[in-house]
Unconditional design. Structure first.
Length: 67
């Protein structure tokens, strides 16, 4: 499955790499919302996908912090 591979890939990354990926995902979400507001966004499902990826990244970061 696509998501399980994504999570496994996240678990192998360091804290700095996770933070960098989180920032990139948040920037992408901002850009998608901006495109949606100006009616330039074709694939609106991408917003939901990016939001879930942000949550996955934050979950992995929390797991690493508790370990």
């Amino acid at each position: 499955m696509k998501t399980s591979r994504f999570v496994e890939e996240l678990r192998t990354k360091s804290d700095a790499e996770l933070a960098k990926e989180l920032v990139a995902a948040k920037k992408e979400l901002f850009n998608l919302r901006f495109q949606n507001a100006t009616n330039q966004l074709d694939n609106t499902a991408r917003i939901k996908e990016v939001r879930k990826n942000i949550a996955r990244i934050q979950t992995v970061m929390t797991e690493k912090a508790k370990a």
